[in-house]
Write a new protein. Structure first.
Length: 266
């Protein structure tokens, strides 16, 4: 059985006296999509910020490729191959696709004072790399702002893959998308997995998670309820765990009992 490329054990994160995460454990393997699920306030954002080097855990261990690590910045995590694609995508709408793709890592040609941006290489590479993801762009000079949300997500994913990501963290990539665009992004998530990446897919949508996920981690109030493979957890059980159905049933019973007592008192 393959070893996890990324693993956290008993991670706790405190902000002053506030406990954001408490003894959270998770394991992520290459060639799999691990879905991190939970409602708003469950702790998903805090956990991915620890994984991507924005925050450091207060307690617990973080392992990458079997070695204990503590990343002090996102750049340090990225240098190890952990790429995070946030909802804002870090794309500049008025710039063409090829400029956005190489933003911050511009290819150059020539020597010394004659070095310049290798535009031909950038345009050619963008076509090739997006083509590997199954994306046929019409024109690499097209401004990113004219593209759909799903297409912009695909650029961010392809860029991370091209620059050597081993772990790809996707923060709610389908949250603001319609049904068709969300389906497009889910297809690209699967493409990244088939290329051998370990994908961490953060979402509060169980239907999107179940469509692409191999492993499922459910967070609730800063704690993990568990980690399951697809064969161990049905879609209905996932939804029940996320929605707190047991708590809702208990509340419904309590309200019914209260109503019965009030009626009896009259």
């Amino acid at each position: 059985m393959s070893q996890p490329v990324l693993e956290v054990r008993n991670i706790t994160k405190m902000f002053g006296s506030v406990i954001a995460l408490s003894h959270v454990s998770a394991a992520v393997k290459a060639g799999e999509v691990t879905c991190l699920l939970g409602d708003n306030g469950a702790g998903k954002s805090t956990l991915i910020k620890i994984l991507s080097g924005v925050h450091q855990q207060t307690e617990g261990d973080y392992f990458f490729e079997g070695q204990r690590v503590m990343f002090n910045s996102p750049r340090e995590a990225l240098s190890h191959g952990i790429a995070t694609v946030y909802q804002d995508l870090s794309l500049i709408p008025l710039m063409p696709i090829w400029r956005n793709f190489f933003l911050g890592s511009e290819p150059e040609t020539g020597w010394g004072l004659f070095r310049r941006y290798d535009i031909d290489f950038a345009r050619r590479t963008v076509r090739q790399e997006l083509g590997k993801m199954g994306i046929d762009i019409r024109d690499p000079d097209q401004p990113v702002g004219t593209m759909s949300g799903g297409e912009r997500q695909s650029i961010a994913i392809a860029r991370a893959v091209y620059f050597g990501a081993k772990v790809l963290i996707l923060d709610e990539p389908t949250a603001a998308l319609g049904v068709k665009q969300a389906g497009t992004v889910l297809r690209y998530v699967t493409q990244a997995k088939t290329r051998g990446l370990a994908v961490i897919f953060i979402t509060h949508n169980p239907h999107h998670a179940y469509a692409v996920g191999d492993q499922f981690i459910i967070l609730k109030r800063g704690r993990t309820l568990g980690q399951w493979s697809k064969t161990e957890l049905s879609r209905e059980e996932m939804i029940r765990s996320m929605s707190g159905a047991d708590e809702l049933e208990a509340l419904s019973h309590e309200l019914s009992e209260l109503s019965r007592r009030e009626m009896a008192a009259k």
